[in-house]
Design a protein around this ligand. Sequence first.
Ligand SMILES: O=C[C@H](O)COP(=O)(O)O
Length: 248
Amino acid sequence: MRQPLIMGNWKMNGSREEGVQLAKALADGLNAGSQEVAVCVPFVYVSDIRGALASSPIALGAQNVADQASGAYTGEISAAMLADCGVKYALVGHSERRSYYGDTSQSVANRFCQAQKQNVIPVLCVGETLEEREQDRTFQVVDEQLDAVIDAAGIEAFANAVIAYEPVWAIGTGKTASDEQAQEVHQYIRKRIADRNPAIAEKVQILYGGSVKPDNAKGLFAMPDIDGGLVGGASLDAKGFLQICHSV
Ligand SMILES: O=C[C@H](O)COP(=O)(O)O
């Protein structure tokens, strides 16, 4: 049985004070349940949010991690620095990183490996654009994004990683994949992992991301291969995010 995981991704939003208030509201409002909850916050607020979450089970995540261990890489944040600040998860390969900042499959694979070396759990984001879906290339795109990491890190690395399927056309658009559309790709990803290692496939959490809201979370999370959500916009509102967390 896989533990459900609900992860908020605050992206580049909010002030320090707003982040602390949001974290405190989540800590106060979260009912004990079977699910794990995490928030991926802006790097500069990691320590403040860590303080606000101190007495809660909510885990801390980062939105990216450097593809190198240390050195002259101006502006980058290493996995060791994240670990040092109590960060448990780091997103790698979010579509906004791939499309706006040129993160390649190779650099995503390097980020994944760097995170694992420091015991930060990488959350590998994969997903197709609308154009790719319309060209019937969804599975091919997901294969390429997954394989780059499997080739670099080895399939065993997925025993300690999370995958997030995020169709780019559903991110921040209000258009959610239907429960069945999302399940189809999640099942495909799990099968792809199972072809190499069935035990790891059974265990790996695969989250859905793309306009998850309080009113669609329950249906998505009820699908057999959807183990929770990576929630963007709706994670900025404590009441709505808590409703999503309580939907599993
Ligand atoms: O990381 C989260 C995803 O990009 C989804 O964002 P969204 O819930 O605003 O569509």
